[in-house]
Every structure is written in C-alpha cells, then in structure tokens.
Design a binder for this molecule. Sequence first.
Ligand SMILES: *Cc1c(COP(=O)(O)O)cnc(C)c1O
Length: 390
Amino acid sequence: MNKYEWCKEEIELIKNQGLYREFKRIDSMPSTEVYVNGKTKTMASSNNYLGLANDPRLIQSAYDGMLAFGVGSSGSRLTSGNTVLHEKLEDKIAKFKNKDAALIYSSGYLANIGVISSLLKEGDIILSDELNHASIIDGCRLSKAKTKVYKHANMKDLEEQLKRSQSYNKKLIITDGVFSMDGTIAPLPEINKLAKQYGAIVAVDDAHATGVIGTSGAGTADYFETDVDITIGTFSKAIGTEGGYVVSSKEIIELLRNRSRSFIFQTAASPGVIAATIKSIEIIENDINTRKRLLDISKHLRLKLEGIGFEVKGTSIIPIIPVIIGQESLASKFAELIESEGVFAPAIRPPTVPDGESRIRLTVMATHTDEQIEFIYNTFCKVGKELGII
Ligand SMILES: *Cc1c(COP(=O)(O)O)cnc(C)c1O
C-alpha cells in the first residue's frame, strides 16, 4: 500500500467532479501574443490590463533597483529588509490612492489575510459580499470576528444585516471594488452611506480597479469620487508587477505594522520589484490615453459579443468580460477549442464561480491591436456556433 494512496483517492474525486487543475506553461513574455505548447496564441485572459508587466521601462527600473539594493531584500521590513525604495513606494501608493499612509505586503493575498485578521477581534463583525475574493474569505476565517455574507452588491440585504449587528463592537463592511469573475463594480457611495448610518468601517479590495477605473486611474473610490476607510490591493494586476498593499489612516497603518502577522513575519519584497512598481505607478499617473484605449476596446468587444448572442456578465467600463457557458464540461470544451484556434483564455469553473455558471473570463489589454480584438471575437463566434451556444 502506497503511503500517499489517500492523495490519489482525493485527486480521483476532484477529477470525477471535472475540477482537476493543471498548469499551462507560457514560454514567452506576458504580452498580447504568447507562446504556448509550441504555438503562438493571442492572450485573452491576462490581468496585465495595461501591458505594463512586459514594459521595457519597468524592466529597466527593476534592473536599476537590483543593481543598487540586490536581488533579495534579506529580511523582514522590521529587521534588515527595509530600503528607501520600500518607503518611497509606500509614499507613492498612499498619494496615488489619496490616503495618509500605506503598508506594503508581499502579495494581495497576504495583505487581505493580514489586514482583516489583525483589525477585527472577538466581539466584532465583518459583513462580506458573497462574491468577494478567496483571500478576503480566508482573512475573515483567520479573524476571531463573526462573519456574515450579504448578497452580491445587494444594499437591502446589507442594511438588514447591519440592523441585526448593532450588538457587536466594531463593524467592517468589506467588498471587492471590481469583482474579478463578474466584472461588476461595488456600489461604493451606497455602501459608504450605510456604513455611516450604522457606524461601520468600509474596506475595499481594489485589485482589478487600480490603474483601470477613475479619473486618475486610482480605482473604485476615484471612479465614484468618494473616499473609503481602507483600501487593499495588489500590484499584480494592471500595475504589472507583484506585491500587495493597504492604504488608510496613519493610525490603522501604524497598528497593522505592529500587529499584522503576514506583514511582520514576511521577508520584504525584492528591491527590483519595488523599483519597477514605483515606475509603473508613475507611468499610470501620467498616461490617460492607454487607460482610455483599454476601456474603449473593452466596451467595443463586449457589445459585439452581446450582439451576437453570448450571455455576458458585468459592466461595460470594465476590461473583464465574463462569457457565461454553463456546465463545467462545456466550458472546458469551449476553452479547448478556442485555444486550438489560437486564443488563450482558460475556463473558470466551480468553486471559483457558482455551479452551472462556468465561464470564459475574457480580459482585454490596452496593448491588444484592433486586429487581435477582431480575431478574439471571430474565434468566439466560430466556437460558439460549433457548440450551439449562440
Ligand atoms: C488577485 C487578487 C488578489 C490577490 O492578489 P495577489 O497579489 O495575486 O496575491 C486579491 N484580491 C483580488 C480581488 C484579486 O483579484
């Protein structure tokens, strides 16, 4: 009997549910055209919305940062790992987000679990949107606070739950700004209004909004021209690098620096990545045109797909275009066929999305050419007809 037989049994179960996961390997830059399985494909599922992950200016900045401060940071921020670059990036992201202070984490995942678990205690309550990202869910699980889930972007349900939460000490409402699998935007002005009325703090995970929406590209609060108590985010989407952050008041940041375990016990991010991230935010602040192109071509592609009969979720100003296919197996087949036609966009299946709502999460990049957008559209039409979806 093999010592790891139990793993095999569990993997078999996963396979039987049609939920087995495998890597795809990209043998090239994360550009609009990628090399996969020996063939060139048009990338249609990247989070590199602005094309900055492969931008030569960021690559040069990363190199300069490493030349000055090394490849690894050699310690936690609180021991030997802090450099002027880390401090500069915290300044920069706080200003970009129009808040007083910031703290950098090694990833958005760690930022969410670190922030939520260290700010909320026993006797507190967290109200969390049902479509929130897994890292928010895990943050809630790690905190000793009570967690209640409200229906997606449903303000009536949120208010009901707030009414029933008056006996708790602190109350936190937490939501994605832009929902990664649905492309919807949280109704932040209404959430803020309810928070004020019921004495709650609001936290927004702006992973997919930062660099994409808002007059300055600063995300959801910028888009609604409002403010939010706490914004958590990642540098790994439109910003094009990696790492997480939280921006808020000086008091919240000071507390997190002293209490947040996923910050304290983590080696500081590499100076190269930090230098590239500073450069990226500088570029985003000064380049309205790239953002405008992203939103224009996203809207164009979305309307065309809807026009031909696809069921598309989300909001027209977002570069995430979730094309609903339905059953897991059909979505997998769809992804397989578009890939053989030269479009790279894997199927998203449960538990990432609800049963029966498997989809292709199509995403647009500002660096897609008009021809590439046309090619993606034509391929979706061809495969959609072949499988009887449209
Ligand atoms: C990607 C993502 C994260 C995680 O960020 P990483 O830096 O990749 O760990 C957190 N929240 C949301 C909404 C995301 O989309």
